[in-house]
Write a protein that binds this ligand. Sequence first.
Ligand code: GSF
Length: 202
Amino acid sequence: MKLIGSPTSPYVRKVRAVLAEKKIEYEFAVDVSGDENSVARWNPLGRVPVLILDDNTILFDSRVIVEYLDNLAPNNRLIPPPGRERIVVRRWEALADGICDAAVGAVMEGRRPATQQSAEWVGRQRATIARGLAACAEDLGEQAWCHGTAATLADIAVGVMLGYLTLRFPDIDWRGQHANLAKHYDKLMRRPSFADTAPPAA
Ligand code: GSF
């Protein structure tokens, strides 16, 4: 299978971390985000990640892809079976992805011509990021993992979100404000699935 993505995208990193945790071989084809013409060949939404299966089936977005991958092999289950626990894990993913959505929105706004940028829009995205981080810190508390007794998709989604904030928003002091999130990220970075997929320095 072939994964189309950019090395800086948090959604792509989520998929790559799942591939690594599940020990699934794949080819990584780098396609820089925003290059709509090329990505839109596979995904009408023009976004990465896109996963092309060996039978040429095309999957997007990251939430669909990670569910496919987790079902592909029974080892290292990252998403619990249908039921309450699964909802808890997917809620974590929705929270972490939502923070990424706000962060990506603010980054994209910053790339528009200065005269067209809206400080109010960026302020709203930053407020969403701050509220989302506070919710993550509160829900994690002193637990070893976001849910249960081992790493799940919840931890992966939170981890890639924190890595993206570090890359794009060095002014957001999430480590200083939420010591438990800092500890969690450092713990995740000791896993090859995280260390090997860390975004290149901006
Ligand atoms: C979000 C993908 C996305 O925004 C998912 O796969 O989970 N809900 C989707 N991808 C960005 C790359 S990034 O900023 O991480 C993307 O492809 N942007 C290009 C564009 O033109 O929107």
